[in-house]
Design a protein around this ligand. Structure first.
Ligand SMILES: O=C([O-])CC(=O)C(=O)O
Ligand SMILES: [Mg+2]
Length: 389
């Protein structure tokens, strides 16, 4: 068996929203199909993948380096020991030949997106949901749990959106069954952000919480000033206060901010994640890790990150990945992560859940679809099949 083609198309996911660092007026992503010669129900098995919002499409890197490396390899060198399925670890190693360590740049996005499509194909060839395959292979005897915590991310700055607009948005997430909602901070003054936060806190009922996200905007002084002000609120977490690679800032913030902190969506390798754990003062009893496999070399690398976390005394249940895609939902269900992000109204058709999946008390239950589950989301699979079918 072999991979016969890998196709990429860069797609717009633009909108008028803005966080503390960027606007999304020109945002794109890469949609990828990995076409195999395995025939099921009279059709070739195709794995699909896409990268998360925030880092743009990566078609040029894929076409220049990563796709040709896979297609030029001896097909026998890319299959697992049974010979009946692809080996994601061997394909990953092949993509990364002649790549130096460090300086991960955005090649981690290109590799992570292809890796997602490879895992989708592998689980489809095995005829089972990816979450089940992951539990069987890497779960150390723990069965998959298809019931996964999800929170609603939004609360962006948006032209003409006042406090009323923000409150209405958050109310609509709560009405759809979410128990935790997230909003942006750091794109206004501290006083204005406190007003925005208080207006959302007022609409929360028992068991409902708010998280805030600064998108890496703050220097140490501002991060600490916000930390002192935010300490008065019962927040679910205070996310990405400073530059993602400024581990000392994160550690110093943790000395004054006792509530839960979250970060990691812009750390793109096991080594960068390890530096956060070594030097960032993150606390395994309350803080959250948001590494997103679709931006950071895929699940093959994420498995290394989970091993690293275990060696440092962190449970996978402290991980709630960034990105709102079904790949991280499958990993959460298969390997016991703490949950996953969700953008109820943004980045469609890429984010979200299979059709008919409802959020109930902050949880979704994943259907048992072969692969990652894209075939269950009609608007998404239509885009995917138009790329390659
Ligand atoms: O606004 C963004 O770039 C997305 C983000 O930080 C998040 O979902 O946590
Ligand atoms: Mg974030």
């Amino acid at each position: 068996m072999k991979i016969v083609d890998i196709v990429e198309s860069t797609r717009p996911i633009k909108s008028d929203i803005r966080n503390a660092y960027i606007d999304f007026s020109k945002m794109t992503l890469s949609l990828v199909a990995v076409v195999t010669d395995v025939i099921q129900d009279g059709k070739p098995v195709i794995g699909y993948g896409f990268n998360s919002n925030g880092r743009y499409g990566q078609g040029a890197l894929m076409r220049d380096r990563f796709i040709p490396r896979v297609l030029e390899a001896d097909p026998a060198s890319l299959v697992d020991d049974t010979g009946d399925n692809l080996c994601p670890h061997k394909i990953w190693a092949r993509m990364m030949i002649n790549e130096k360590p460090g300086g991960h740049g955005e090649r981690s996005v290109a590799v992570g997106t292809i890796d997602m499509a490879v895992w989708d194909a592998v689980a489809k060839i095995a005829g089972k949901p990816l979450y089940q395959l992951l539990a069987e292979r890497y779960g150390n005897g723990k069965p998959a749990n298809p019931r996964v915590f999800v929170y609603a991310a939004g609360g962006y700055y948006y032209p003409g959106k006042g406090l009323d607009g923000l409150r209405k948005e958050m109310e609509s997430y709560l009405a759809r069954g979410y128990s935790v909602v997230k909003m942006k901070i750091g794109g206004a003054t501290l006083a204005d952000d406190c007003e925005r936060i208080e207006s959302v806190l007022k609409i929360l009922g028992p068991g409902q919480q708010l998280a805030v996200d600064a998108n890496g905007r703050f220097d140490l002084k501002t991060a600490v000033d916000y930390g002192r002000a935010l300490s008065q609120y019962p927040l679910f977490w205070y996310e990405e206060a400073g530059d993602p690679l400024d581990y000392e800032l994160q550690a110093k913030l943790g000395e004054v901010y006792q509530g839960p902190m979250a970060t990691g969506e812009n750390l793109f390798s096991m080594q960068d994640a390890r530096n956060l754990i070594r030097h960032g003062g993150m606390r395994p009893d309350r803080d959250w890790l948001q590494f997103d496999c679709a931006l950071s070399y895929g699940l093959v690398e994420y498995l290394r990150t989970l091993d690293m976390l275990k060696d440092h005394g962190w449970s996978p249940s402290r991980c709630i990945p960034h990105g709102g895609h079904q790949m991280s939902l499958a990993i959460a269900a298969g390997l016991g992560l703490g949950g996953n992000e969700s953008y109820p109204d943004l980045f469609q058709p890429y984010g979200g859940f299979p059709d008919g999946v409802k959020v109930e008390n902050g949880y979704v239950t994943l259907p048992a679809l072969p692969g990652i589950g894209f075939e269950g989301k009609s608007d998404l699979i239509a885009e995917m099949r138009a790329l390659a079918s």
